[in-house]
Design a protein around this ligand. Structure first.
Ligand SMILES: Nc1nc2c(c(=O)[nH]1)N[C@H]1C(S)=C(S)[C@@H](COP(=O)(O)OP(=O)(O)OC[C@H]3O[C@@H](n4cnc5c(=O)[nH]c(N)nc54)[C@H](O)[C@@H]3O)O[C@H]1N2
Ligand SMILES: Nc1nc2c(c(=O)[nH]1)N[C@H]1C(S)=C(S)[C@@H](COP(=O)(O)OP(=O)(O)OC[C@H]3O[C@@H](n4cnc5c(=O)[nH]c(N)nc54)[C@H](O)[C@@H]3O)O[C@H]1N2
Ligand SMILES: [Mo]
Length: 800
């Protein structure tokens, strides 16, 4: 343990434990306790050792900021941007700076803990690592012997690092089912990119080359802090930045134009734009004919795309478009022709008889469908004036333009896939993809949006493999699932699923729950055993991890020794592997693992790198070719079956969603049955002061981002509320209490809350108590399964 006991003053010690409230029992052994209160006594500048070491910060804000950390007398005393090779990557925010305090925060789990009270009550007693690990492994083995290996489900947040825990246990893995897949479910099948997460087809660095950036449903200037500079560079170079958001967000405030929209109606807005583009013939005819499925023939009676032959559903690989072409209508020959025949000029519209079957084109079907989706109709649904829709449609069609979407806006509504599909239709009509200054998708995050590097992996023997996921955890709550035990690396239980009261019932029914986290979270309260993990800054060897972030390969070097009795994820994973008798297949140290991840890369540029070589550049090594922004599909060959933008989803004919058909959100809309009882929509958004539940106990940040619910003054007045009042937020699913704040930026009819706010930081209850966990019937047919519609939530608010 790295605590300088002499510097822990008696007074500081008492204050520290008092601040933690029930902290003695909660967070570990009193004797080992040292919180920031006593930690921040002056360090001796003249005596002791001082050094600077390099690591990267949290990834889940898209950050991974390269950091230079100064350590004095064994304590981390300052965190600054790493002045590494290229100043584009020298970023830091208040979250990074305040880690000096936060890593010593009073919600750190300091020792392994064993539950003493009811599940969820948060009562624990400290135990030793050996006791904790033995109990974890013995219990898991016992359950697996009875119910099969896959009765254990492992689930991690984004920051944890357990590359082989599931393989060690033969357990199922549930990543983050249903999260951030709303828009991507509708967009990505059209392009074959993004894996359902709507990853942008180019980087925000390309925005300087755009005529327009239409930012719909993202608060980029808070959710993408390392890239904020790119937004302003584009704006200053003359790119028009337009933000479509129900609320006057930070990003809306810095944009050239703010377009307020009714929550959950992005699809209507996009469909209105598409109609203008069709009516005014603003579409890019060359792109439409040669690079999209819009001229493809559809069987009018079944709605299925015409193909050469029926596919074998049992085949291991679906056939390519080359092997099993689609068809277009060759007007010159008066016959069908395979879409792959480059000599044919396809007919865009019409009805044709093909082999005795009535056929039409996707474009004709789109035109027919769009007839009712006029700009005036879209105004009626979305509240965006028809003239604004027309102007934006013309400007977008002119291009080059980027359609920047979000994970925090309409993505968090049940109807999100329709918005994604409508966005894909807009892109297909205008060709705003695969050329300089044009792209579509979510641009948030430096670490997700740069160039990707091909890191290698540690190979495991074949028999060491994870189980197959039976069903996502949100469905496992319905009962009848195999799962008997869960290992949560991070706060999955509370943070990853809507409707906490239902999740709590599920947690009560499980046989065993383990949480591995540096902090005592809401989800940890449900654990039987809590294992204290190290933060990014602590390690027991030289190097803890390697990642690609921000177009660079970055090392997580050790800054300080593990604090308290915390241990690294790597160490915990190894100790579990030892007890399961498979330790011999794993690297001995994280240094050995990192070296292997580099040397086993298929890319010779990456495999030639070593830890030393990267550390010569202060832990940050640029990938090749990163001077140019990443741009996908510049050859306009898409990663779809036809290699074109496939906008017609004939798998969804049964749901009338082969082309986007407008549907309102599940519950958060004006005609909702619940609207009378619960008139306010609860928008769950991110803030620059937090990463989800992370930094809740960062004292220096709490003063800027005290958890509160925000309402328009009009809504405050009708409820007789004043800023600072304690309120209850409730619906049929549950309730929570917090303070309320008036804010004119909030749209009347909605309330806004920063997500990740949990019971320990509110007056009572947890935001997740009220959030929606329902989904649409077609959910199972979508690319990533249904989205969890956290913001498709209606509530009422009253004085508590
Ligand atoms: N600082 C920080 N950065 C983060 C994170 C973090 O926790 N903290 N988390 C990361 C993660 S995991 C994610 S998913 C991303 C999310 O990043 P974003 O997609 O930018 O999500 P939010 O920041 O929640 O912003 C969503 C915006 O959409 C608006 N909105 C709400 N409903 C609608 C709607 O129906 N239509 C439209 N058009 N707009 C709507 C909200 O008012 C809000 O301004 O951020 C990442 N970056
Ligand atoms: N109501 C509501 N819920 C939401 C959302 C919403 O809008 N509304 N948004 C959703 C979205 S978009 C997302 S992406 C998810 C994000 O939810 P998470 O994936 O849970 O978010 P993270 O910030 O990655 O959480 C990381 C957790 O890991 C812990 N941790 C940090 N470092 C380490 C480490 O080194 N090792 C280990 N073992 N643990 C570590 C942190 O203390 C924290 O508990 O939340 C979702 N939940
Ligand atoms: Mo997310």
């Amino acid at each position: 343990m790295a605590i300088d006991e002499a510097n822990v003053t008696r007074r500081g010690f008492i204050k520290g434990t008092a601040a933690a409230g029930a902290g003695l029992a909660l967070f570990g052994a009193a004797g080992a306790m040292a919180t920031s209160e006593e930690w921040l006594v002056p360090a001796h500048a003249d005596s002791g050792e001082e050094y600077t070491a390099y690591t990267y910060h949290q990834s889940h804000c898209g950050g991974m900021c390269p950091l230079a950390c100064t350590v004095r007398d064994g304590r981390m005393v300052s965190v600054q941007p790493n002045n590494c090779c290229d100043d584009r990557y020298e970023t830091i925010c208040v979250k990074g700076i305040s880690e000096v305090q936060h890593i010593y925060g009073d919600h750190r789990v300091q020792t392994p803990l064993k539950r003493t009270g009811e599940r969820g009550a948060g009562e624990f007693t400290p135990i030793s690592w050996d006791e904790a690990l033995d109990e974890v492994c013995d219990t898991l083995k016992e359950l697996q012997a009875k119910h099969g290996k896959d009765c254990v489900v492992i689930s991690s947040g984004a920051e944890a690092n357990f590359p082989w825990l599931a393989a060690t246990l033969g357990a199922q893995v549930d990543g983050s089912s249903g999260i951030d897949v709303g828009i991507g479910n509708g967009l990505d099948p059209a392009i074959g990119f993004g894996g359902g997460y709507a990853m942008a087809t180019c980087e925000a660095r390309d925005w300087v080359n755009s005529n327009l950036v239409l930012n719909v449903g993202s608060n980029f200037l808070e959710s993408s802090l390392p890239n904020v500079r790119l937004f302003f560079e584009a704006k200053e170079s003359g790119t028009r930045m337009v933000t479509v958001d129900p609320h006057f967000s930070t990003t809306a405030g810095k944009s050239d134009q703010w377009v307020p929209i009714t929550p959950g109606t992005d699809a209507a807005f996009f469909l209105g734009m598409a109609s203008v583009i069709l009516d005014e013939q603003l579409y890019d005819e060359d792109f439409v004919l040669n690079h999209t499925s819009l001229p493809f023939l559809v069987d009018a009676s079944t709605g299925k795309l015409l193909r050469d032959h029926a596919e074998d559903p049992a085949a291991e690989e679906p056939e390519t478009g080359e092997q099993n072409p689609f068809f277009v209508w060759d007007a010159a020959a008066g016959a069908k022709a395979p879409h792959t025949d480059a000599t044919v000029t396809p007919a865009l519209e019409g009805t044709f008889t093909v082999d005795g079957t009535q056929c039409t084109t996707v474009f004709s079907l789109l035109k027919k469908k769009q007839a009712s989706y006029t700009a005036e109709w879209a105004e009626g649904v979305s509240g965006v004036p028809a003239d604004t829709i027309r102007e934006l449609a013309r400007e977008y069609a002119e291009g080059p333009a980027c359609l920047a979407l979000g994970w925090g806006g309409n993505d968090k509504m049940g109807n999100a896939d329709i918005a994604g599909h409508a966005a894909a239709t807009l892109v297909a009509l205008t060709g705003n993809v695969g050329k300089v200054g044009a792209g579509v998708g979510v641009f948030v995050g430096g670490s997700y949006n740069g160039h990707a590097g091909a890191l290698g992996a540690w190979e495991l023997p074949e028999e060491m493999a994870a189980g197959t996921l039976e069903m996502p955890l949100y469905d496992a709550r319905e009962g009848n699932a195999k799962v008997r035990a869960c290992v949560f690396c991070g706060d999955v239980l509370q943070q990853h699923i809507g409707n906490m009261n239902k999740t709590a019932d599920f947690a009560r029914g499980l046989d065993f729950i383990v949480t591995i986290d540096p902090y005592f979270t809401e989800g940890a309260k449900w654990a039987d055993i809590i294992l204290p993990a190290c933060t990014r800054f602590e390690n027991d060897t030289e190097v803890g991890n390697v990642k690609v972030g921000y177009s660079n390969i970055v090392l997580q070097n050790k800054i300080i020794d593990p604090l308290f009795e915390a241990r690294t994820d790597f160490w915990i994973g190894k100790e579990i592997a030892k007890r399961f008798g498979v330790d011999q297949y794993l690297p001995k140290t994280s240094d050995e693992w990192v070296a292997k991840v580099l040397s086993s890369s298929e890319d010779p540029y990456v495999s030639s790198l070593t830890i030393d070589k990267i550390n010569e550049k202060q832990g940050v090594y640029p990938l090749e070719g990163i001077e140019e922004p990443r741009r996908e599909f510049m050859d306009r060959v898409f990663a779809t079956t036809s290699t074109r933008m496939d906008v017609y989803y004939d798998g969804l004919v049964a749901y009338d969603q082969a082309l986007p058909t407008y549907e309102p959100p599940l519950e958060a809309h004006a005609d909702s049955e619940l609207a009378g009882k619960y008139p306010l929509q609860l928008a769950n958004v991110r803030t620059r002061y937090r990463i989800h539940n992370q930094f809740n106990d960062a004292k220096w940040l709490q003063q800027f981002a005290e958890p509160r619910i925000e309402l328009n003054p009009v809504e405050m007045e009708t409820r007789g509320l004043a800023t600072g009042d304690a309120v209850e937020v409730f619906n049929d699913r549950g309730s929570y209490q917090c303070r309320v704040k008036a804010n004119e930026s909030i749209r009347p009819g909605s309330a806004r809350m920063f997500e990740g706010q949990t019971a320990d930081y509110l007056i009572e209850g947890n935001v997740q108590n009220v959030t929606n966990d329902g989904y649409v019937e077609r959910g199972a047919e979508l690319m990533c399964g249904p989205v969890i519609p956290f913001s498709d939530t209606l509530v009422e608010i009253k004085k508590a």
